[in-house]
Every structure is written in C-alpha cells, then in structure tokens.
Design a protein. Structure first.
Length: 330
C-alpha cells in the first residue's frame, strides 16, 4: 500500500513538556525554500508524498479564478478557507452562491455543526441543525460551483476527478508545483486531494505567495489577487483564536494549515516552509513553521515571541500552565 514517509524517515520537530518532563514528541518532515524555489533547509523526508489536505486550497482557489470567475477580497479568502462556521463566514458563502443563482442544496460537502463554539451554542439553543454552509470547506465548494456555472459545466458531479473543473484544478496544481500527483484520494469534504512531496508543495505555495496582481500573466495575476485577499482577510481563512487567523492578522504572512498535520507558510520575502507532522496532530505545526521562518531570517525573533502566546501552546495542569508545546528540531 502506498503512503507517506515513515517514522524512521522523519525527524523530531517538537516536544510537549509537562512540569519539566518531555511527555510527547512530534516527528515529521519540513522543507524551507526561498521565493525562487531554491531549497534552503530540509528536515526529514521532504521528497516523500503527502496529502496537503486543506493546504491544497490556494491552488484550488487559483484554478477557480483562472476559469473565468472573478474572486476578490473576502470572496477569494473564503474560497481558500477552513473556516469555523461563524455567521459572518456563512453569509459570505451564501452570498457567493446567491449572486450566481446557485442553491445551497448544490453544495456536495457534508453537513456539519459550526466549529466556532459560540455560534454552535446559539444554533443549538435556537433548535438549528447541521448544515452544509457550516462545513469548514463550504467556501471552496461554493467557489467551485460558481466556476461550473461560469463555464457551462454541470453542477452535478463537480467533485468527480473526471469532471472538467477537477481536471482544470489538477492542471493548475501541476503547473505551480512542477510535479504530477503521486496519488489522488478523497478529502474530508469530498473533493479530490492530490499527494505530492513537501518540496513540490513548498515550491507551489512560494510561487502563489510571491505572485503579483499586476503580473502580465493571467495565472500569476490571479494568484497575486489571492495572496492579497488571504493576507488582508485573516478572519475569513479560519476564525477567532485559530492559528491561521492569528498569524495572518498579527504578522501579515501567507499561511494555510491542513488536516493531519500539514502547514505551509510564506513570509514577505518569499521564504516558504512546508511541513507535515507525521502523527497528524496540528498543535505544534504553526510554531514549528514560524520558528523555521525565523531561523531563515524571514521572521524576527520579536515577532515570533509576540505571536507565540496566542497559539494555544500551553500545557494545562490543575488549571495552570505547567509546560509548553515547543519546537525541538536540531
């Protein structure tokens, strides 16, 4: 059976320290590269395939935008989001569908409860139910449906890998990453997800993050608009208190987390990190990615120290912080 790298190929990236005792260790792999795609540092098995999960969304959003759909600002951000289902998120998704004359029932993502606790509590108190609009990938799905409507592609079956939309997405993924997928699977939301190396993922993200909206080339122009939208609308990318939102709002850099321990981050100068925590736990992913950017000189120590306390890294004991999740790579 095919799969990603093994523990023997990985390196320790972070530890969980409780009362001065190392309680858990997170192993994984990471690559750091500059804006031109030149590799600056590798940790572990960076050429082994991984499923980027939601770190694939920037490529999917660019594909929608290059299919003839104009997405700007908040609309482009929500198309890239793994949102927590606040009412503000939901209304943004609903608006994209409504303007295109597409019913909510066309969404093929699963129904879900909001991840945002306050929104979920209010929904339960009002007698509400799970809904596809609350699913954290609903923005991506809405954008995909609009691309189908714009191009005369069928709405039904838009998640099938053989659908014209998904073929266009695959083409965009390959153009940015420079690599054909090692495997294709079904993501949690039902969309195709393509396996690629961390090196290819980092290269593709660096190309998107360094694109400019005044580029003479349409694909890079749209990628530039997406990068601007992500950096300017951190609230839409995740939600209150979530690591992606905190980092974007505090540092203004391009970041996107994916399920099963995947994180991509690109600083203003194009220095980019792509990593995977092998056990799939994301709690250490963002602090490791930011620490690698700091080590590469792309993020200041003071900026890292300012944002770290907001990343939920404390280890609780008896109602007090008794330790921390912290990077431990060599």
């Amino acid at each position: 059976m095919s799969g990603t790298f093994t523990a023997s190929d990985a390196v320790e990236l972070a530890v969980v320290e409780r009362s001065g005792f190392i309680e858990s260790r997170h192993v994984g792999s990471a690559v750091v590269m500059n804006g031109e795609g030149e590799v600056l540092r590798t940790l572990g098995a960076v050429d082994a395939p991984v499923f980027p999960r939601s770190a694939l969304k920037p490529f999917q959003a660019v594909a929608v935008m290059t299919s003839g759909v104009t997405l700007r600002g908040e609309d482009a951000a929500i198309a890239t989001a793994s949102h927590t289902g606040t009412l503000r998120h939901v209304e943004l998704v609903r608006g994209i569908l409504t303007r295109a004359g597409i019913p909510v029932t066309a969404l093929a993502c699963p129904a879900a409860w909001p991840e945002d606790q306050a929104t979920r509590d209010a929904l339960v108190r009002s007698g509400g139910q799970k809904d596809r609009l609350f699913m954290n990938c609903s923005g991506k799905h809405a954008a995909m449906l609009v691309a189908c409507r714009q191009n005369g592609w069928p709405l039904a079956g838009y998640l099938d890998p053989e659908h014209p939309l998904q073929k266009h997405i695959l083409d965009v993924v390959e153009r940015f990453t420079g690599q054909r997928p090692a495997a294709t699977g079904v993501d949690g939301c039902g969309a195709p997800v393509h396996a690629m190396s961390l090196t290819a993922l980092g290269h593709g993200i660096a190309r998107i993050a360094t694109s400019r909206s005044n580029s003479p080339f349409a694909i890079y122009r749209e990628a530039g608009f997406l990068g601007e939208a992500l950096r300017e609308n951190g609230w839409a990318i995740a939600g209150p208190g979530k690591a992606d939102t905190v980092v974007i709002e505090r540092l203004g850099i391009f970041v996107k987390s994916g399920a099963e321990g995947t994180v991509v981050a690109s600083a203003d100068n194009g220095t980019t990190v792509a990593l995977k925590i092998l056990d799939g736990n994301l709690r250490a992913g963002m602090i490791v990615a930011l620490s690698l950017l700091r080590d590469a000189g792309a993020l200041s120590r003071s900026d890292l120290e300012a944002v770290a306390p907001r990343l939920d890294l404390g280890v609780a004991g008896g109602g007090h912080v008794v330790g921390w999740v912290r990077p431990s790579y060599a």
